[in-house]
Design a protein around this ligand. Structure first.
Ligand SMILES: C[S@@+](CC[C@H](N)C(=O)[O-])C[C@H]1O[C@@H](n2cnc3c(N)ncnc32)[C@H](O)[C@@H]1O
Length: 297
C-alpha cells in the first residue's frame, strides 16, 4: 500500500511537466524498507530559497518564429543565443532532429514561454519531459541507499532523463546546509559553477547552488549520465536548471549515475568537500574498474 501511495505521489508531482513519461516504480529487492524516506520528493520543479530571485519573465527574450523554429535560421533569437555559446554547424540548436543532445560541454538554451514558435519546435525537449519510451525506477541498492535505475528498456545515449530538481540556495546558505549534511551523512548540494559562468574571471564567486535534499542520483566514477545547464523560462544566467542526460547507451536495469566530481574543465558537481571524519565521507561503492575510491573531489 505504502509503495502504491508513493508511486501515485510521484505521478501527481510530475503529471504536468512530463505528461508522456511512463510511471516511475519503486523497487526494493534488498531489504524491508518499503519506500525511500517520506521526505523524498520526486519532482522536476525548482523552488527558490531566501535571497534567490524568482525568474524575471518580462526580461526573457523569445523568438518571433512561426511554426517550428528552423535550426539553420539566421534571425531566430533562440538560435542566436545558443550559437553565442556553441557554434554547432548548420544546426544552430544543441539537439538533433530526434531531440538527442549533440554536445555535453555547452549550456542549453531552449525556446521559452515568450517565443512565437509552435509546441513541436525542435528546440523544446526538456520542457516536454521524459519521453514515453524512457522507463526509470527508483531502486534500493545494497550499499548506496536508494538510486535511479533504467527500466526494462535500453536508454540510448544523449537521451533526456529528468531534472536534478530542488531548491536554489544562495552560496552562503549552501555552506551552512553543507556542513550540516556532511555530519548527517547524506548530501544533495550541487554547485552552479559552470565554466561558461566565469566569463574569463577565475576569481568569480559562485552565486547559487541547488539543494536536491529530497531526491538524487548516486555517483559513479564511470558514469552513464551527465548534468548540463539548461535555460528555458529563466533569463538569469546564474540560475540554470540542472538537467540529466545519458552520455552512453544504458542497458535495461542499469543504474543511472553521474559523477559528483563534475567535469574536469569546471567546478560543477556536488559542492561538498568533507573532512575525513564527516559521516558523509564514505568510500565509493560505484564498482567501476577505474573507481577513484571516493565520491568527493
Ligand atoms: C544525492 S544522494 C543520492 C541518493 C541516496 N543514495 C539516497 O538514498 O538518498 C548522495 C548520497 O548517496 C550516497 N552515495 C551516492 N553515490 C555513492 C557511491 N558511489 N558510493 C557510496 N555512497 C554513495 C552517499 O551517502 C551520498 O551522500
Amino acid at each position: 500500500m505504502q509503495v502504491l501511495v508513493f508511486e501515485a505521489e510521484i505521478r501527481a508531482n510530475t503529471a504536468a511537466d512530463e505528461p508522456d513519461a511512463p510511471p516511475v516504480y519503486i523497487v526494493n529487492d534488498i531489504d524491508d524498507e518499503l519506500t525511500p524516506p517520506l521526505e523524498f520528493y520526486y519532482s522536476n520543479l525548482m523552488w527558490h530559497g531566501e535571497g534567490v530571485p524568482a525568474p524575471d519573465h518580462e526580461n526573457l527574450q523569445g523568438c518571433n518564429c512561426v511554426g517550428p523554429c528552423d535550426p539553420a535560421s539566421k534571425t531566430c533569437a533562440c538560435v542566436k543565443r545558443q550559437r553565442k555559446y556553441w557554434e554547432g554547424g548548420s544546426n544552430g540548436f544543441i539537439y538533433d532532429s530526434n531531440g538527442k543532445l549533440r554536445e555535453h560541454q555547452y549550456p542549453i538554451f531552449e525556446c521559452n514561454m515568450n517565443c512565437g514558435c509552435s509546441e513541436d519546435c525542435p528546440n523544446r525537449v526538456i520542457q516536454n519531459g521524459r519521453q514515453s519510451d524512457v522507463f526509470i525506477a527508483i531502486c534500493k541498492t545494497a550499499n548506496k541507499g536508494w538510486g535511479v535505475f533504467a527500466g526494462h528498456k535500453k536508454i540510448p545515449t544523449n537521451t533526456y532523463i529528468g531534472i536534478y530538481a530542488g531548491e536554489y540556495l544562495t552560496d552562503s546558505e549552501g555552506e551552512v546546509r553543507g556542513s550540516q549534511y556532511n555530519k548527517f551523512g547524506r548530501t544533495y548540494l550541487f554547485d552552479l559553477d559552470f565554466w561558461f559562468l566565469n566569463d574569463g574571471d577565475e576569481e568569480r564567486k559562485v552565486k547559487y547552488c541547488v539543494d536536491a535534499y529530497h531526491a538524487g542520483n548516486n555517483h559513479s566514477c564511470n558514469p552513464n549520465c551527465v548534468i548540463n545547464a539548461c535555460y528555458i523560462n529563466e533569463p538569469n544566467i546564474d540560475k540554470p536548471l540542472l538537467v540529466i542526460f545519458t552520455c552512453r547507451d544504458v542497458e535495461p536495469f542499469e543504474e543511472l549515475c553521474f559523477s559528483y566530481f563534475g567535469r574536469l574543465d569546471d567546478d560543477t558537481g556536488m559542492t561538498t568537500k568533507p573532512d575525513k571524519d564527516d559521516a558523509v565521507y564514505v568510500t565509493c561503492q560505484c564498482g567501476a574498474p577505474d573507481c577513484r575510491g571516493t565520491i568527493w573531489r
